[in-house]
Design a protein around this ligand. Structure first.
Ligand SMILES: N[C@@H](CCC(=O)N[C@@H](CS)C(=O)NCC(=O)O)C(=O)O
Length: 267
């Protein structure tokens, strides 16, 4: 069994495989994605704690960037080429996420642990690195499960429906009115759920902003700005629009959005 530092040429990253599993060939072999994260052996070339696989325009990677920035954690972003129509990530990405999607995160401060699925990543980051509970609930508390509940809802009840609306507007070869109607109605329904809850409390979990509020932000932003026709956010969902604006004004969120705007302008 050999432990070696591999140069991932395409990404310009140094990744240390956890174990070679007895493979003696000279071919690179990486088992990182399935290895539990236990020890601290930083091995990054860019000198930052994390590598984040992101996409300039898509919403899911940015919520992870917001959370890293909120906690003052250092990260380098990598933007693999994604073919949104084929849903097949490039080899450089599927090595880390078998599902071939962004985001995926490598924690160089924790044995080059790799984690994917945006909300699992967020949960990982705050469980490990938000010890002061700046933007998250403490594991095991009742609030923690409320946090999980909302993160699951965001990942299953907001993201996919908003994503389907985006698909039928941007990528689908034909205009399918029934699909557009269905997903527009779903987006409005989800905004209605948020409106109802935020009418009872200022933030979704506890009495302060948490990763949950941040997790809902990117899809709301993209959808409200681009995909809903004849839509007046403030008028139709006033409480949610106010909450959305408060998230937007957070310094960490602003900083990351500015970086994203610069990247998008480079196209
Ligand atoms: N449930 C996943 C969704 C990830 C996802 O769909 N990411 C998009 C970009 S925002 C992607 O990688 N798309 C590539 C594709 O559809 O092929 C998560 O929350 O991480």
């Amino acid at each position: 069994m050999s432990l070696v530092i591999l140069r991932i040429l395409r990404l310009g990253l140094h990744i240390r495989p956890i174990a070679s599993g007895g493979n003696t060939s000279s071919q690179p072999h990486i088992f990182i994605a399935f290895v539990p994260c236990t020890s601290h052996t930083p091995s990054m070339s860019h000198g930052k704690q994390f590598t984040l696989f992101n996409h300039k325009a898509g919403p899911n990677g940015w919520k992870v960037a917001f959370v890293l920035e909120e906690l003052g954690l250092t990260y380098e972003s990598v933007f693999p080429e994604l073919d949104m129509k084929k849903h097949e990530g490039p080899e450089s990405l599927t090595k880390f996420n078998p599902n071939g999607r962004i985001p995926a995160l490598i924690d160089h401060g924790n044995n080059d642990c790799v984690i994917w699925e945006s909300n699992a990543i967020i949960q990982y980051i705050v469980d490990k690195y938000d010890k002061e509970r700046k933007i998250s609930a403490a594991p095991g508390t009742d609030e923690y499960y409320t946090q999980l509940q909302w993160l699951y809802f965001q990942g299953t009840g907001q993201g996919p429906y908003y994503g389907q609306l985006a698909w039928f507007i941007v990528y689908h070869p034909e205009k399918v009115q029934s699909a557009l109607d269905r997903y527009t109605n779903e987006v409005r329904r989800v905004l209605g759920v948020l409106e109802g809850e935020l009418s009872k409390r200022e933030w979704l979990v506890g009495n302060r902003p948490t990763v949950v509020d941040i997790a809902f932000f990117p899809w709301n932003e993209i959808t409200v700005e681009r995909f809903l026709e004849n839509f007046d956010f403030e008028k139709e969902f006033p409480v949610t629009a106010k909450w959305h604006k408060k998230i937007l004004e957070r310094p960490a969120v602003k900083k990351v959005r500015d970086e994203r705007a610069k990247l998008l302008a480079q196209k």
